[in-house]
Design a binder for this molecule. Structure first.
Ligand SMILES: Nc1ncnc2c1ncn2[C@@H]1O[C@H](COP(=O)(O)OS(=O)(=O)O)[C@@H](OP(=O)(O)O)[C@H]1O
Ligand SMILES: Nc1ncnc2c1ncn2[C@@H]1O[C@H](COP(=O)(O)OP(=O)(O)O)[C@@H](O)[C@H]1O
Length: 207
């Protein structure tokens, strides 16, 4: 009988170099910064700005952007609930590998469903998953509409668009919330500073 594809025949190989050794080499803690929020809420803006700031501090990070991943790893996935769940699952697994490699992995995806984000959190060691909620009002995101997708969704030309006719479930216990202050949008630098301070205070930026 063929045993191909039988999970009972798959084994785990320990790597002789451990995560702690890699972290010491890099002088940082491997972790995942998971940025979630509506289309147009500023996820990519924060991811890029944070990546740049960490680079300038000599910290190694890597951005996993939802749009970009859909050009390769996730190119066979659409926007049905099942596809989004698989999109987040795959990205969570890749993010886990980057964190294990000792990097600060910045994942930037709408990731609209709470259970999918929680499943990614569960892949990481305790405290190594930093969920950042871009809590920007739909009206603001729709007003920005940099890709014209909200307009198409309102016209019924895109079905199942997040925030219009597909749900966004806000986090209940995220580590960081980016929001308006007295009605004013924080600048990219301010958003970045909020995340970097969190990481600094908890020792992520040293081994
Ligand atoms: N139906 C629908 N709903 C939401 N978004 C849509 C849709 N169709 C296309 N797009 C574009 O795809 C980008 C979101 O991809 P993600 O991988 O982050 O989405 S998800 O996490 O799987 O929900 C998203 O990019 P951002 O605007 O950067 O968030 C959109 O440009
Ligand atoms: N803090 C901010 N202040 C001003 N404009 C912003 C800010 N964050 C994002 N933007 C602008 O809003 C638009 C959407 O931002 P983006 O980062 O692409 O969102 P997302 O990745 O969530 O879709 C872009 O045109 C971006 O330049």
């Amino acid at each position: 009988m063929s045993t191909v594809g039988n999970p009972a025949n798959i084994f785990w190989h320990e790597n002789p170099v451990g995560k702690a050794e890699r972290e010491k080499l890099l002088n940082q803690q491997g972790c995942v910064v998971w940025i979630t929020g509506l289309s147009g809420s500023g996820k990519s803006t924060l991811a890029c700005s944070l990546g740049r700031e960490l680079q300038s501090r000599g910290k190694l990070s890597y951005v996993l952007d939802g749009d970009n991943l859909r050009h390769g790893l996730n190119k066979n996935l659409g926007f049905s609930p099942e596809s989004r769940t698989e999109n987040i699952r795959r990205t969570g697994e890749v993010a886990k590998l980057f964190a294990d490699a000792g990097l600060i992995c910045i994942a930037s995806l709408i990731s609209p469903y709470r259970k999918d984000r929680d499943a990614c959190r569960a892949l990481l060691p305790d405290k190594k998953f930093i969920e950042v909620f871009m809590n920007m009002p739909l009206q603001l995101c729709e007003g920005r509409d940099p890709k014209g997708l909200y307009k198409l969704a309102r016209e019924g030309k895109i079905k199942g668009f997040t925030g219009i006719d597909d749900p966004y479930e806000p986090p209940l216990n995220c580590e960081i919330e980016i929001q308006l202050k007295d009605g004013v949008i924080p600048t990219p630098n301010e958003m970045t500073e909020q995340v970097v301070s969190y990481m600094e205070d908890r020792g992520f930026l040293e081994a």
